[in-house]
Design a protein around this ligand. Structure first.
Ligand code: FE2
Ligand code: FE2
Length: 459
């Protein structure tokens, strides 16, 4: 090609690519759409796997990462759906399976027994295969004609790199000696569209809704410290209340555990439902991480001092149907908007002298506004009027049995009052003497069983 002169040597084509690149044959629309649908399928299945494996995954760092990575994959799924919709008239065929072997590959990872094989399947096989395919698209396509696809693929690759960097560390630290080379070879073949035989997915995956926690949660049935009673009691000052709010935030790790069950067990909704619910799930994981950061800032080892329970996700996941769980979530979140909800928590943070607590509650409140909207969009609209929707949530919440006494009688917990110890540690960090009145706080969740809805669950 003859040199192509541009005005004073400025980059041609808006800086998108060179003239030579813009002249290459690239991919036809048909070829492009076929490939995009394959990436779409991969992101959608990854989203499904990350979400379905949050609840029963014991390791907190992995729960957090699965929440984030599920969200990332859902967002790229949405972007790809939109792009396919720009290039083709409906029906778009987005629910079709691109290749039977690809389906098996993802089914196998979904059903992989144990954390080690799951993370190997995800971070050593599935996501690298997707990365290679996306890079190949950018290399193969004409960057001018297919610029919108290239743009969204570049964004996707950014986050794929983040996921892989995280996954690499997970594999290094968790999977030594636990590899299953045969199975990993099977996955490799499946991702290359070679015929393979199912192993773990011979019997279809069954979602496990019973939450599991790692050893930093030694007393998961402990309902010995009633955080809400302390928080809303005007006799206590804001500073110690920030510790209770860090606890409430960290305890929220039960919301991803619960929402994962709704998302996994609810079928047949429009894709946007799964996207929005997954965004909320990720926000809730983020709220729990804020609590973790709060304790870290105070130098409090929450795993030893603070007994973070899983009773809410356990109760909802094992006693209610998916729609009933959603109803409870909606009911609780509606209750968070009035003055004793998120605004109150933010005000406590503001007055406490801990700017980090204020900052956390500021964003927690903003997220909650979004969650209320997600509730309106995906729960409320199935009811004739808002009152019925609230009443149903109230009803579902009231029927969840929390076995405060049974758990104690069975020896599952002593409902130990961990508050004085934790408060003393916090006082050390603040350089103040513990206040005997605050030290003496000793209200459990036992007394509030009769009116369960008054104990704010997580959200
Ligand atoms: Fe939350
Ligand atoms: Fe929320």
């Amino acid at each position: 090609m003859k040199p192509y002169p541009t005005y004073r040597g400025l980059p041609p084509l808006g800086g998108l690519c060179s003239m030579e690149e813009a002249m290459k044959p690239g991919l036809s629309v048909e070829q492009c759409v076929t490939r995009l649908k394959r990436y779409h399928y991969a992101f959608k299945r990854l989203h499904q796997i990350f979400t379905a494996r949050i609840t029963a995954e014991p390791i907190l760092e992995l729960k957090n990462a699965f929440s984030l990575h599920g969200h990332i994959c859902a967002e790229h799924t949405s972007a790809l759906r939109k792009r396919v919709g720009e290039m083709r008239e409906p029906p778009l065929g987005l629910e079709e399976i691109p290749h039977p072997s690809l389906e098996i590959a993802f089914d196998e990872i979904l059903a992989a027994p144990g954390t080690e094989l799951l993370v190997l399947g995800l971070y050593a096989k599935a996501i690298p295969a997707l990365k290679t395919a996306l890079e190949k698209h950018v290399a193969d396509t004409n960057k001018l004609v297919d610029a919108p696809s290239v743009r969204l693929i570049r964004f996707a690759l950014l986050e794929i790199e983040d996921m892989l960097a995280f996954g690499k560390k997970v594999i290094e630290s968790l999977t030594k000696g636990k590899e299953n080379p045969e199975w990993l070879a099977l996955l490799e073949d499946a991702f290359a569209d070679k015929p393979v035989e199912r192993q773990f997915s011979k019997t279809p995956f069954k979602y496990d809704g019973v939450p599991k926690r790692d050893e930093r949660f030694p007393d998961p049935y402990n309902m010995g410290v009633n955080a809400e009673t302390f928080l809303y009691d005007p006799q206590y000052p804001p500073q110690p209340k920030t510790v209770m709010m860090f606890y409430k935030r960290l305890r929220e790790v039960d919301v991803p555990e619960m929402m994962a069950s709704i998302i996994t067990e609810t079928t047949g909704k429009p894709w946007e439902y799964y996207r929005d619910m997954t965004r909320q799930l990720w926000d809730e994981a983020r709220h729990a991480m804020m609590g973790e950061v709060g304790f870290a800032q105070l130098g409090i080892d929450w795993s030893k001092k603070v007994m973070v329970n899983f009773t809410w996700s356990l109760g909802l996941n094992t006693q209610l149907t998916p729609i009933e769980r959603h109803a409870v979530l909606y009911f609780i979140e509606q209750g968070l908007m009035p003055k004793n909800g998120k605004r109150f928590e933010w005000e406590v943070g503001q007055k406490s002298g801990n700017p980090l607590s204020a900052l956390f509650q500021d964003y927690d409140w903003a997220d909650e506004v979004l969650h209320a909207k997600i509730g309106r969009d995906w729960y409320l609209k199935d009811f004739d009027n808002p009152q019925d929707a609230i009443r149903y949530g109230d009803h579902c919440w009231s029927k969840v049995l929390m076995g405060w006494r049974e758990w104690r009688d069975k020896g599952l917990t002593q409902h130990r009052n961990w508050w004085p110890d934790t408060y003393r540690d916090a006082c050390k960090a603040w350089g103040v003497e513990p206040d005997p009145k605050i030290l003496a706080f000793n209200t459990t969740y036992e007394q509030v069983r009769a009116d369960l809805k008054a104990i704010t669950g997580s959200a």
